[in-house]
Design a protein around this ligand. Structure first.
Ligand code: TYM
Length: 333
């Protein structure tokens, strides 16, 4: 029997993935690739919805793919490819734009946040239509499951709405996907501002743990993480956001339960917890960083891998796009 299909992706818009990406998405991906026919995409067309330096974007696209592999995505098992290698993404996004209400797109909270940050005149129309490109990514592959962090839930909901709308207007064409969000790890918070999500666009980098940074730098950031003055180590998201975030990080990376950590650290100080978290972060990131560097030292081999996967992705995507065009009466070659 064929496996259910999974699609997910990340933007290559930073010099390194961060701990939020790693825990919220990548660590789920590596587990799920065993049971799903998985498509993992580096969504470089999404990245240009805000300005990018061309040379940097090309480099970061390869580096993101390398980090997927280094973190455990197996290119023999999963289809790991670059969005711009499959032109159907941009084509289906256009179709979906024509089916999305202006008000509907205006309600996307990520657009509202980002356009507020950049101001209306500096926000591109691409930023506005970003969620429809994401919907195209998912729908092209007939994906049932979309493993993401909490911040992407609304975009996956929109994808579901668009799939259902298309199916009821033009006949059954799309699989309606669902977001797969792991409750405890759906949102990793900034170490300096533990009520805000860890994000590459944070105002300062003090609370951001990057996979490719020097281990010492990450260690320092963990040791300086904001906690509270209550002095007890227990999980309480409301009253103790900083400590709870550290416990969550330890729970996932150390494969522990919160209860066992609360027992282990009973009566001990925050310094001890931070040291332990810094260590588990280092143990996780160091091999990923090393492997990423190895992969990037042979860009031709990496490109060969990505292009091979793009052929497979293109076959599936083009078949979906053909069905869409036929259903809508759009002539094709
Ligand atoms: P991006 O590149 O911002 O983030 C990649 C993945 O990391 C998750 N994530 C987090 N999870 C937990 N805590 C955090 N602090 C945190 N920060 C980021 C995100 O939820 C995401 O899963 N629009 C998407 C990329 C995309 C996509 C897709 C995803 C484009 N097309 C199709 C899935 C399916 C994005 O910007 O993710």
């Amino acid at each position: 029997m064929s496996k259910p299909i999974l699609f997910s992706g990340m933007q290559p818009s930073s010099d390194s993935l961060h701990l939020g990406n790693y825990i919220g998405a990548l660590s789920q991906w590596t587990q799920m690739q065993e049971d799903f026919d998985a498509f993992f995409c580096v969504v470089n067309l999404h990245a240009i919805t805000v300005p990018q330096d061309p040379a940097e974007l090309a480099q970061r696209t390869r580096a993101t793919a390398a980090q997927y592999i280094a973190a455990g995505i197996d290119p023999q098992k999963s289809t790991l490819f670059v969005q711009s290698h499959v032109s159907a993404h941009a084509e289906l996004a256009w179709v979906l734009n024509t089916l999305t209400g202006f008000g509907e797109a205006s309600r996307m909270t990520q657009f509202k946040d980002k356009s507020q940050r950049y101001g209306a005149d500096s926000s591109s129309v691409g930023l506005f239509t970003y969620p429809m490109l994401m919907a195209a990514d998912i729908l092209l592959y007939n994906a049932e499951a979309v493993p993401v962090g909490e911040d992407q839930r609304q975009h996956v909901e929109l994808t579901r709405d668009l799939a259902q709308r298309f199916n009821s207007c033009f006949g059954d064409t799309f699989v309606v996907p669902r977001a797969q969000i792991q409750k405890e790890t759906a949102k990793i918070f900034d170490l300096q501002n533990p009520t805000a999500k860890m994000s590459k666009s944070a105002d300062t980098e003090g609370g951001l743990l990057k996979v490719l940074d020097e281990p010492k730098a990450n260690q320092k950031k963990v040791m300086r993480a904001v906690t509270d003055d209550d002095m007890t180590i227990r999980f309480d998201r409301e009253a103790k956001p900083g400590v709870s975030n550290l416990l969550t990080i330890y729970q996932v990376l150390g494969d522990r339960t919160i209860e066992s950590l609360e027992t282990e650290f009973e009566g001990r100080g925050y310094g001890d917890l931070k040291k332990a978290v810094a260590e588990v972060v280092g143990d996780t990131f160091t091999p990923v960083k090393q492997r990423t560097e190895e992969l990037l030292s042979d860009p031709a081999e990496l490109d060969r891998l990505l292009l091979g996967a793009a052929d497979r992705a293109n076959e599936v995507a083009q078949a979906t796009l053909d069905r869409v065009y036929d259903a809508m009466g759009i002539l094709r070659r």
